[in-house]
Design a protein around this ligand. Structure first.
Ligand SMILES: Cc1cc2nc3c(=O)[nH]c(=O)nc-3n(C[C@H](O)[C@H](O)[C@H](O)COP(=O)(O)OP(=O)(O)OC[C@H]3O[C@@H](n4cnc5c(N)ncnc54)[C@H](O)[C@@H]3O)c2cc1C
Length: 384
C-alpha cells in the first residue's frame, strides 16, 4: 500500500533522527485505532475527546516543549513536530488539548504571570484542560483592531464585557485567551488592546454552540457580562495585545495542521490508485504529494525558528495560504478520481470523502482568510 510516511513495521530510517520516537507514537496510535478512539478520515484535529488527550499526555505527547519546572517534558520543537504530524496523519481527535498545546501554553510561558504559569501549564501538560481562542467577534474577524469586547480596571483585576464568536470547542474549554480593549480606540487603532486568560467557569459567561456544515457543534458564541478577571491573568504589559496576538497567530498559522487536515482522503485515494493503477490519477496524486512535501519543508523551517524564539510572521502567513490551498484541493481531486458517492455513513471511503468535502471550506477561513493572508504577504514585501 502507498504510504507518505514509512510503514510502521519498517526498520528505523538511518537518516531520521526521530525514528525511535515515530515508532513509539505509531504504536500508541495503533492501540488507539484498535480501541475505536481513532476513526481515520472521520475526525478532524478539532474533534474533542478528553480521554484521548489524557492518554496521549500520559505518554508525554502533550506539553512536550514546556520546561520540566512547569510540568512539561523539555523536548525539542522538532520532536513535538514529529509527534504532531504522526497524530494528524493518523486522524486522531486532538481537539481537547490542541489549542492549549499549540499556542496558549507557549503564549502563557512567554507572557504570563508566575502564578498563572504555575497554575495552568502543568495541567496543560497532563492533558487536563482545553483552551479556546478568543479573537473573532460578531463584527470583527479579519480586522481584529476593531473588536469591542472591553476590560475595565476594577479592584484586583478587570471587568470584562462583550462577545466572541466562532470560538472552537469553547463549550468544553476551561480557559480562553481573550483579546479585549483595555483602553479606548484612539488614533493608533492597534494600541490599547490586551490579552486576558479567562477562566470559563467565571460567573457572567454564557456559551452558545453553533452548528457547522457537517451539523456538528464545534463552534460557539461567548457572551461576557461583567465577568471578573484577576489582574495576574493579564498577559504581557496591558496595551501590547496587538503584538501578542500576532505572535500567537504565528504558532497558529505554520504547523502541520495546516497541511494534513485532508490527509485521510489522500490516503484513501492512494489505496484506490494502488489497485486501479490509473496513470492519470497517479500523476495527479504525485502532484499533490510533491506539494505536500515542499510545504512541509517550509513548515519545518518555521517550526525551527519558532523553537528558537525567532519572529516568523510573514513566512507563517505564506505557509498557511499554501497549506490550506492544498488541503482544499485534495478533496476536489479525490472527488474527480474516486468513483464513489460521498455519504456520511460509517467508516467507509465514501464517509472519509464526505467528511473532507464538508470540512474543507473552513480551512481557508479559520486562522485568517486567504485575502487577509495575501494582504499581509503584500505588506511584508513592501507592496502596500
Ligand atoms: C472552522 C472555524 C473555526 C474558527 N475558530 C475560531 C476560534 O477558535 N477563535 C476565533 O477567534 N475565531 C475563529 N474563527 C473565526 C475566523 O478567524 C474568522 O472567521 C476569520 O478571521 C474571518 O473573519 P469573519 O468571519 O468575521 O469574516 P470577515 O472579516 O467579515 O470577512 C468576510 C470576507 O471579506 C474578506 N475581507 C475582509 N476584509 C478584507 C480586506 N481588508 N481585504 C480583502 N478582503 C477582505 C475576507 O477575506 C472574507 O472573505 C473560526 C472560523 C472557522 C471557519
Amino acid at each position: 500500500m502507498f504510504r507518505l510516511f514509512p510503514h510502521p513495521d519498517a526498520q528505523p530510517e538511518v537518516h531520521d533522527p526521530a525514528a525511535a520516537l515515530r515508532a513509539e507514537v505509531r504504536a500508541f496510535l495503533a492501540e488507539e485505532r484498535e480501541s475505536g478512539a481513532i476513526r481515520p478520515g472521520r475526525q478532524g484535529w478539532t474533534t474533542w475527546d478528553r480521554g484521548f488527550s489524557l492518554r496521549a499526555a500520559a505518554r508525554g505527547y502533550v506539553g512536550m516543549t514546556l520546561p520540566p519546572e512547569f510540568g512539561g517534558h523539555g523536548r525539542s520543537a522538532w520532536e513535538r513536530y514529529v509527534v504532531c504530524e504522526e497524530m494528524l496523519a493518523a486522524g486522531a481527535p486532538l481537539g481537547s488539548h490542541w489549542i492549549a498545546d499549540r499556542q496558549s501554553a507557549p503564549q502563557i510561558l512567554r507572557h504570563g504571570s508566575e502564578a498563572v504559569k504555575r497554575a495552568i501549564l502543568p495541567r496543560v501538560a497532563r492533558g487536563e484542560i482545553t483552551f479556546g481562542i478568543g479573537m473573532s467577534e460578531p463584527d470583527s474577524g479579519s480586522d481584529l483592531s476593531s473588536i469591542r469586547t472591553r476590560a475595565d480596571p476594577v479592584e484586583g483585576g478587570f471587568r470584562l464585557d462583550g462577545r466572541k464568536i466562532w470560538t472552537t470547542n469553547a463549550q468544553h474549554a476551561e480557559y480562553i485567551i481573550c483579546l479585549c480593549r483595555t483602553a479606548p480606540k484612539g488614533e493608533d487603532r492597534y494600541a490599547g488592546l490586551s490579552q486576558l486568560v479567562v477562566p470559563m467557569d467565571s460567573p457572567g459567561i454564557t456559551v452558545r454552540p453553533l452548528r457547522n456544515l457537517a451539523d456538528e457543534e464545534e463552534l460557539n458564541e461567548i457572551t461576557f457580562d461583567s465577568v471578573f478577571v484577576p489582574a495576574d491573568h493579564l498577559l504581557g504589559q496591558g496595551g501590547d495585545g496587538w503584538a501578542l496576538v500576532n505572535a500567537e497567530l504565528a504558532f497558529e498559522r505554520s504547523g502541520p495542521d495546516r497541511i494534513l487536515s485532508s490527509f485521510g482522503v489522500l490516503a484513501v485515494m492512494a489505496q484506490m490508485l494502488a489497485e486501479t493503477r490509473d496513470p492519470r490519477g497517479i500523476a495527479e496524486l504525485g502532484g499533490l504529494v510533491a506539494r505536500l512535501t515542499a510545504i512541509r519543508q517550509l513548515s519545518l523551517q518555521i517550526n525551527a525558528m519558532l523553537g528558537r524564539g525567532e519572529k516568523v510572521g510573514g513566512i507563517a502567513t505564506v505557509m498557511k495560504d499554501l497549506g490550506t490551498t492544498l488541503e482544499q484541493d485534495i478533496p476536489e481531486v479525490a472527488r474527480r478520481l474516486m468513483d464513489i458517492m460521498p455519504a456520511l455513513d460509517g467508516d467507509t471511503p465514501a464517509a472519509t470523502l464526505a467528511t473532507a468535502i464538508l470540512n474543507a471550506p473552513c480551512y481557508s477561513l479559520r486562522g485568517g482568510t486567504r485575502e487577509i493572508l495575501k494582504g499581509i504577504i503584500a505588506r511584508e514585501l513592501g507592496l502596500r
